[in-house]
Design a protein around this ligand. Structure first.
Ligand SMILES: CSC[C@H]1O[C@@H](n2cnc3c(O)ncnc32)[C@H](O)[C@@H]1O
Ligand SMILES: [Zn+2]
Length: 439
């Protein structure tokens, strides 16, 4: 066995306990072989490690999962701020995205992936355009992802609308299993209001036939919920159920404005919700009832949403925001505690996306982040889980491992050339804005 050993650290176990332990990784299989005291790990795997990552003074955690983003929107970070969702999209974001080229998407995706590796994220879900380019970046950079082409049919004639649906299905069929299985796919209609009913019905039926999940924005703002209720006489989750878009493989972004009946239906169908607290606060979309969702048994994951509504891709920020906002939403300081947001950012994310990882245990995918605790803002360490939720930052991550491969060692990303990625993205962003202004 080609063995990577993560040694000398404290390890976050699936039950939330933290213990001093080494982690032995089988790099051929990309899985964790043993976790425990160094001598026990030696006994379990035999032989010396081929490579070691020093985790002394550090906390070894499952690689974080960013369960909803639009990765290439890094190019639009800081481009348009301080507006609610609908005018932000219509007045600023969609006109800019109309000028995006596949090269831009690749440049933005590289920048996003670089930022994620640096902050300990090893898996993400992405809804955007030019997904073959995003897939190529994921393959090179070494992460895992669930990818889908985002469909919008409003404002399009029937031929264009149908071809958008077909593209999403084609991407879902063709890219599934790419990057040695690290890439999985989904059918991704943008939302229940931006995709017409006939296209939703056809697309979901074909996605079921192809065996790929469905991912969409749902119940994000009252502006989106109200027209559905007015026109259909039913809530969005009931409409989604009628479309056959709910199930244990499916995951919805946001779920801010969900009532008790909708929460029960999400739980009963096993549909996961990706909570995006920073985006919900920045766009003033509202406060998701995270405590209620979790109490009802809904799988809740965390997502940054795009970098234009966040404005970063740091899942540590998302954990802190989720814990803070969850308390405010429940009017209860004990709601959405530290352990809950850590679970949402790890096992909850992996479960929502149907990707391996999220737990440090033998047999699990070797997706890990090593968080350096030796910093003023992390001193003293009364409770490492509290630090993960409330005090740590993405920049505290020292090493990142995915599928048994080291993506970042001692804060140096090994799979991408950070300087050239930043330069390429900055140039692409400024040329994009020039094109938008002259359009
Ligand atoms: C059709 S690809 C995805 C599409 O979604 C847009 N988008 C970015 N953030 C949000 C959000 O919070 N709610 C809804 N839509 C969003 C993105 O700009 C793309 O156009
Ligand atoms: Zn989104």
């Amino acid at each position: 066995m080609n063995q990577l050993r993560v040694s000398g650290g404290r390890v976050l176990r699936p039950d939330g306990r933290v213990e001093r332990a080494d982690v032995a990784v089988d790099r051929d299989e990309g899985t964790i072989r043993a976790v425990g005291a160094p001598t026990d790990v030696d006994d379990a795997v035999g032989g010396a490690a081929d490579e070691t990552l020093d985790a002394s003074g550090s906390l070894v955690i499952p690689g974080l999962v960013n369960a909803h983003t639009h990765i290439a929107m890094t190019l639009l970070r800081g481009y348009a701020d301080d507006k609610p969702l609908d005018p932000w999209l219509r007045e600023d974001i969609w006109p800019a995205e109309a000028e995006l080229t596949p090269d831009d998407v690749e440049a933005g995706a590289e920048l996003g992936v670089l930022e994620m590796i640096r902050s300990g994220t090893t898996a993400f879900a992405d809804m955007y355009f030019a997904m073959d380019r995003v897939a190529a970046v994921v393959d090179r950079a070494g992460l895992r992802a669930r990818l889908g082409h985002g469909v919008v049919t409003v404002g399009k004639d029937a031929a264009d609308a149908r071809s958008d649906v077909e593209e999403s299905l084609a991407v879902a069929r063709e890219l599934d299993g790419a990057a040695d299985g690290r890439i999985r796919t989904a059918f991704m209609p943008h939302s229940l209001t931006t995709v017409g009913e006939e296209y939703l019905r056809e697309g979901v039926a074909e996605a079921r036939e192809a065996g790929v999940p469905v991912h969409l924005h749902a119940n994000e703002t009252t502006d989106e919920v109200e027209p559905i209720v007015d026109e259909r006489g039913e809530r969005p989750v009931a409409y989604a159920d009628d479309l056959d878009a709910l199930g244990p493989d499916d995951f919805f972004a946001h779920g801010v404005h969900v009532d008790e009946t909708e929460i029960d239906r999400l739980a009963a169908t096993g549909t996961a919700v990706v909570h995006c607290p920073a985006s919900n606060m920045k766009l003033a979309s509202g406060m998701a009832p995270v405590q209620r969702l979790r109490e009802a048994g809904v799988t809740v994951a965390l997502g940054t949403d795009g970098a234009a509504s966040n404005n970063d891709l740091d899942v540590f920020d998302e954990m802190r925001d989720a814990a803070m906002l969850g308390k405010l939403a429940a009017d209860d300081a004990s709601a959405v505690p530290a352990g809950a947001v850590v679970e949402m950012a790890t096992a909850g994310g992996a479960d929502a996306l149907g990707l391996p990882g999220g737990r440090i245990e033998p047999g699990a995918a070797a997706d890990l982040a090593v968080v350096d605790l030796d910093a003023p803002h992390l001193t003293p360490v009364h409770d490492p889980v509290s630090h993960l939720a409330y005090a740590a930052r993405g920049s505290d991550v020292r090493h990142t491992v995915c599928d048994g491969e080291i993506l970042m060692r001692d804060r140096e990303v090994l799979t991408l050339d950070a300087a050239s990625v930043q330069e390429r993205a900055a140039t692409a962003a400024s040329e994009l804005v020039d094109r938008v202004e002259s359009a």
